[in-house]
Design a protein around this ligand. Structure first.
Ligand code: URA
Length: 197
């Protein structure tokens, strides 16, 4: 653990992930951001570079952020688990539970106006129930995380927009909602490249 209480430098809690990871991928972005995104787990590019959402999904996220008047340097980006699962499988319940303490500490420290869950795994992990993500995307739910009240905005995973173009609108609208909740002036570049995928 480093000088803050949520950056993990060494962890052996998940034997399988210790084998599959090249490195631990901590959250990125300001530790006092108004918007915090929570994804599922690092993929191959993230594992290689040691940063969350820097692969193709990261490009989708960056474009939608700009369209919603935000940019990557101003938001916190985290994952439910910090180590790449083998073959990009979903993290198990046990792995999610093992990493939960780090995520809770990070969410508490950042204390964002809104926590945006990117996809089914983080939505169910933080809401503690089944979530029909496509149906509930854009919904704002008040929950307790680590004992503290938090505002969670449910969102589809950016990768979903790569395979289903109708999800691109859902994704962009959810990010606009996040910007509103965080009091970000709308506008930005106003340009979106999501339709290109
Ligand atoms: N990259 C991440 O960092 N997390 C995901 O959930 C997917 C891609």
């Amino acid at each position: 653990m480093s000088s803050d209480n949520f950056t993990v430098s060494d962890c052996e809690r998940c034997p399988v992930l210790c084998e599959s990871r090249s490195r631990i991928v901590n959250g990125s972005g300001p530790a006092d951001a108004d918007v915090q995104f929570v994804g599922e787990a690092p993929g191959a590019t993230e594992d290689e570079r040691g940063e969350p959402f820097v692969g193709r999904s990261g490009d989708v996220l960056d474009d939608a952020l700009l369209a919603a008047g935000m940019d990557r340097e101003t938001v916190r980006v985290s994952n439910c688990v910090r180590c790449r699962p083998p073959d990009n499988r979903d993290p198990t319940r046990e792995e999610l539970a093992n990493c939960r303490e780090y995520l809770e500490r990070e969410i508490a420290a950042v204390d964002a106006e809104v926590v945006v869950t990117l996809g089914k795994v983080p939505s169910e992990h933080l809401l503690g129930r089944d979530v029909a993500v496509t149906k509930e995307a854009g919904d704002v739910v008040d929950v307790r995380i680590g004992g503290e009240p938090r505002r969670v905005l449910v969102c589809v995973h950016p990768a979903a927009t790569l395979y289903d173009r109708s999800q691109a609108d859902t994704f962009e609208e959810a990010l606009e909602r996040a910007a509103d909740l965080a009091g970000v002036e709308s506008g930005g570049s106003g340009q979106s490249r999501l339709g290109e995928f």
